[in-house]
Design a protein around this ligand. Structure first.
Ligand code: GRG
Length: 309
């Protein structure tokens, strides 16, 4: 991971001062670097130790960071990784454009790896991520959203990059189709668990620990699983309060919404759904050849469910 950080820093450079400033601003704020970890662990679990793994690990982190820059503009978010978002600090236009820089730099780097399958995996993944964001936009303020439609959004917008990261480890190692599919299944389930917990933490976490503002999803009228489950379980008066909060994106009612979400057990049920996905990820990883890297992949399943940031 230290080498991945070096590659990230080397490849961030640009002749354009504002690009350097903003890209370093967001990358220096840290981030958990989970997606690059998946590239390294899957390739290592399958016996690959070439330098391309560091390059592709940096590629997926660049794509992730580009999506965050764009997402914070779309969501009008003010806090990310414990500091002002790039849009709050530098404005929307600069954030979108530096996101474009990171995204296109990622494609320059993956072309350098010179493997058509790598390009195919990442071109498909980024396209699906964008579809996920547009689907989510269409679902905004929809209090009648079906749980399966919510799940489709999170598989597209978040799990797809986890899936691609794990799959790339297998592609680099020249693994057969079955092993590649196992890695992809692992990444998809882990990413789904990860986003379920992300949505849970928006109601349960603390802004300090999370590094982003709690209640952002409600402010936007985003119908996530904690709200959908609370509506299924709540008595009619509470149900219409949540419906109104989703339809109008009301943050003033956050304390009441939080109370209902907690009382109905919707948070625990969301964590249970995450646990189910993490268990599927664990089952996929446990079919890979035994190694310390495989054990680390399994360990990530537990951590994804119990994380607080
Ligand atoms: C540029 C391909 C492209 C698409 C733009 C805006 C957009 C379309 C996609 C946004 C997708 C998105 C932000 C999904 C949420 C993913 C998520 C859970 C982010 C938080 O990830 P962490 O917790 O963040 O890994 P850190 O800060 O740890 O890196």
């Amino acid at each position: 991971m230290l080498r991945v950080d070096e590659v990230i820093r080397e490849r961030l450079s640009s002749r354009v001062a504002l690009i350097d400033q903003i890209s370093h601003y967001i990358v220096n704020a840290g981030g958990k670097r989970i997606r690059p970890r998946l590239v390294l662990l899957c390739s290592e679990a399958l016996g690959f130790d070439g330098p391309e793994r560091f390059e592709l690990a940096a590629v997926v982190e660049f794509i992730h960071t580009a999506t965050l820059l764009h997402d914070d503009v779309v969501d009008e978010s003010a806090l990310r990784r414990g500091r002002a978002t790039a849009n709050a600090a530098f404005g929307n236009a600069a954030s979108v454009l530096v996101g474009d820089f990171l995204y296109s730099r990622a494609f320059q780097m993956m072309v350098g790896v010179n493997r058509l399958r790598v390009l195919e995996v990442l071109a498909d993944a980024t396209n699906v991520i964008a579809e996920g964001e547009v689907l989510q936009l269409m679902n905004m303020h929809d209090a009648d959203l079906a749980v399966r439609d919510y799940l489709q959004v999170i598989r597209y917008k978040t799990a797809k990059l986890f899936e691609a990261s794990a799959r790339l480890g297998a592609v680099l190692a020249g693994a057969d189709e079955t092993i590649e599919a196992l890695c992809a299944d692992y990444g998809r389930s882990l990413g789904t668990a990860f986003q379920l917990v992300d949505d849970l933490l928006d109601y349960e976490g603390s802004s300090n620990e999370l590094g982003k503002n709690v209640g952002d999803d409600l402010r936007e009228g985003k119908p996530t699983l904690p709200l959908l489950l609370a509506m299924e379980r709540a008595p009619p008066a509470d149900r219409s309060l949540i419906r109104q909060a989703i339809e109008q994106g009301e943050l003033q009612r956050l304390p009441e919404v939080l109370d209902i979400v907690r009382r109905t057990g919707a948070l625990e049920a969301t964590r249970e759904a995450a646990r189910g996905e993490a268990e599927q990820a664990r089952a996929a990883a446990s079919r890979l050849p035994a190694s310390p890297a495989r054990d680390a992949l399994i360990d990530l399943c537990l951590r994804s469910v119990h994380r607080s940031s």
